[in-house]
Design a protein around this ligand. Structure first.
Ligand code: GLU
Length: 442
């Protein structure tokens, strides 16, 4: 049974970087008829909020990334306590008393001497009497004692990896105020929930090394790890500063379609082409983690726009019916109206703009040299009702009367009718134009 999890901390809104992690884990679970867990890493009570947790659920639901089970770390403190006891019994968890300032000083000294800033384990040399004395006047934190050996694993994206445990500080698992840290909680959860695959950002590679040893110390099965590259901006700049503006909910508010986001992020950074898909199943079918590379992945928010536009143009009338009705298009006219505008919508809400233009008319855009031509053309406008032939009949009559042809004929008429040089096929749009302000000028 394949089990994956997406484990955000509810301390902020999800952004495109998080989505990539969520999506990969989701797709692996679905590809294997497995289980996808939403795990809220909320061991930090000060920064985690229920509002952010609710926002995470809402964003995932909007994208259609459904989870089979939800867990939260704050509900499992007893379990983490028990795990800490197990590690203590095995001599793998030891008490330390250095303050943050002291640790900082140690690090600086090591760096000055050209040494890596790895914790020197001096707490291991304390006698029981010394520890008792220290406990009287300062809080203690607890570190996992790494076995100093090479930790190796086959990474699902990065291939064979190994990290020398001696080059890494013994990780702190319990803080001075008693708070369990993510590392311990995450490992317990992965073991208890039978997580088989962990895909996460490459910023977690070192964590993985230490987590493998903790999992083994707890007698659990080590999942398969894979670390995807981090996203950068279009010219390679770090995205982290801009992530605030790339929150999933902001993209949603800007009209970006879920399938545009999913189609891009499910393939970006892989050797497979980014192609718009109409549903998640198609993305799942073609997903292969081994096609992803280690290099940082460039992400350009602009790429979501053409995908969104294309997705909308592919929607059927049935799928858009409610939206079209909601903006006030009469039912009898609605299917044809959809056909007229579907290729010209940047976002779904754009449809309201086209309907308003049809209903109220547009301010004509008439170049100085076209004034006489447009006035003459307006006199030739056919009687209503208009249908799909009206544009052809009218422009033919205008051509006969003025001798203009091609772009010189069509563009001034389009601009006069809809106030802009681009837009829907005029033959399809014309039956819906209820008001033509240019006709009132003559
Ligand atoms: N809460 C952690 C994070 O968001 C989870 C990392 C992991 O997947 O283990 O970075």
């Amino acid at each position: 049974m394949t089990t994956t999890r997406f484990a955000p901390s509810p301390t902020g809104f999800l952004h495109v970087g998080n989505l990539r992690t969520a999506l990969f884990n989701y797709m692996i679970a679905r590809q294997n008829d497995g289980e996808f867990i939403l795990r809220l890493d909320d061991t930090d009570p000060e920064r985690s909020t229920e509002e952010f947790a609710a926002a995470i659920r809402e964003d995932l639901t909007w994208l259609g990334l459904t989870w089979d089970r939800e867990e939260k770390q704050s509900a499992r403190l007893e379990r983490y306590n028990a795990a800490a006891d197990t590690l203590r019994e095995k001599g793998r968890l030891y008490e330390c008393f250095e303050s943050p300032t002291e640790l900082d000083l140690k690090r600086k000294k090591q760096l000055n001497m050209g040494k890596p800033p790895v914790y020197d384990r001096s707490a291991l040399t304390l006698s029981e009497a010394e520890k008792d004395a220290l406990r009287q006047d300062r809080p203690s934190h607890w570190r996992f004692k790494l076995d100093h050996e090479r930790i190796e694993w086959k990474d699902g994206i990065l291939g064979d990896l190994s990290i020398d445990a001696a080059s890494v500080s013994d990780p702190v698992l319990i803080r001075g105020d008693g708070q369990f840290l993510y590392t311990l909680a995450s490992v317990c959860d992965d073991v208890d929930y039978g997580v088989t695959h962990v895909v996460r950002g490459s910023d977690h590679v070192t964590n993985t090394a230490t987590q493998i040893q903790i999992i083994q110390a707890l007698g659990g099965n080590v999942p398969q790890f894979a670390h995807h590259s981090l996203l950068t901006g279009p010219s390679g700049e770090a995205l982290s500063k801009r992530l605030g503006t790339l929150a999933l909910r902001d993209l949603r508010d800007a009209g970006i379609e879920p399938m545009a986001l999913l189609s891009l992020l499910a393939r970006l950074g892989s050797s497979d082409p980014v192609e718009l898909r109409s549903n998640i199943d198609e993305l799942i079918a073609g997903f292969d983690l081994s096609h992803f590379g280690a290099a940082p992945t460039k992400f350009d928010v602009e790429d979501l726009k053409p995908l969104t536009k294309k997705f909308i143009s592919n929607l059927t009338f049935e799928e858009m019916k409610d939206t079209i009705r909601a903006i006030g298009v009469p039912d009898a006219q609605a299917p044809d109206f959809w056909e007229a505008v579907r290729e010209n919508l940047e976002t779904r809400s754009d449809i309201g703009r086209w309907w308003k233009l049809c209903r109220d008319g547009a301010e004509p855009l008439i170049d100085e040299e076209d004034k006489d031509f447009v006035r003459d053309a307006m006199r030739l406008l056919p009687e209503r009702p208009w249908n799909k032939e009206t544009w052809g009949t009218w422009t033919k009559a205008v051509q006969d009367a003025t001798g203009r042809k091609g772009r010189g004929l069509f563009m001034p008429l389009r601009k006069a009718l809809i106030g802009q040089p681009h837009g829907p096929d005029m033959a399809k749009l014309m039956p819906h134009l209820q008001v033509v302000k240019a006709a009132q000028l003559s």
